[in-house]
Ligand binder design. Structure first.
Ligand code: ADP
Ligand code: MG
Length: 231
């Protein structure tokens, strides 16, 4: 089957007080379209570093990262930004909405960047996405004028703006209370049911249980790679 993610012999070193420390050791794995991979493991063990390699936000010290057919290390920064806009939706723990733009403008941003749709189409598509996450009525509010859960739902709408095949999320419910986390969970479960590929770092057991596969990272290595138990 076609692979949407391939990591081959990936290492990542960071300098710490002048000495290089290896944060990821010989990471090899593949993901096929439609998988929902939960990345779990203690904090400080390399999970975010791994996600940043998948999105091209960071680059490996050695090894190959191939996502949706693109060898990320071969792309210039400009090509990488365009590639990311078309291929990836990214959801962060702290939402990262632009504070000076309202929710509608935030959701339109990835479409503005790709420049494939007219302004009217971009606005329509953004409104549809905000409706889908239950935020149509709040579309003209600034991020600071809505709750954390609403900001995260807007961030998910933004991640879906260009209908990317792959959604990557780093602890998307890490900053939300349990009830709000449930709303966000429902959105991800819906994406999973639609056949989107999801790779998500999470400490939330409900979210991890909804995954089709669990990748456990310990000390920068894949400690376990297990299909989720059915039921
Ligand atoms: P996790 O997401 O599992 O909590 P991280 O991937 O954020 O872990 O961090 C793994 C290790 O890499 C930690 O020891 C962290 O201090 C180190 N690290 C992460 N990013 C950097 C960076 N930009 N520079 C130096 N060290 C870093
Ligand atoms: Mg992290």
């Amino acid at each position: 089957m076609k692979k949407i993610i391939e990591l081959k012999q990936v290492y990542k070193d960071y300098p710490l007080a002048g000495i290089s420390q290896t944060v990821l050791h010989d990471i090899n794995f593949e993901v096929v379209p439609g998988e929902f991979v939960a990345i779990v493991g203690p904090s400080g063990n390399g999970k975010s570093t791994l996600l940043n390699l998948l999105t091209g936000i960071d680059h490996p010290s050695s090894g190959q990262v191939i996502v949706n057919g693109a060898a990320l290390q071969n792309l210039s920064n400009e090509r990488l930004s365009l590639w990311r806009g078309a291929n990836l939706g990214i959801v962060f723990q702290f939402f990262q909405l632009l504070p000076s733009l309202n929710l509608l403008q935030n959701v339109m941003l990835p479409m503005d960047f790709l420049g494939k749709l007219s302004k009217t189409q971009r606005r329509q598509q953004a409104m549809q996405l905000l409706e889908r996450v239950g935020l149509a009525d709040a579309c003209h509010r600034l991020p600071s004028q809505v709750s954390g859960g609403q900001q995260q739902r807007a961030a998910i709408a933004r991640a879906l703006a260009n209908d990317p095949p792959l959604i990557v999320a780093d602890e998307p419910t890490g900053n939300l209370d349990a009830a709000t986390a449930d709303d966000v969970f429902d959105l991800f479960a819906h994406l999973r049911d639609q056949g989107k590929t999801l790779v998500m770092v999470t400490h939330n057991e409900t979210l991890a249980a909804a995954a089709s596969r669990k990748l456990e990272i310990r000390c920068g290595r894949i400690h376990a790679d297990t299909p989720a138990v059915a039921g």
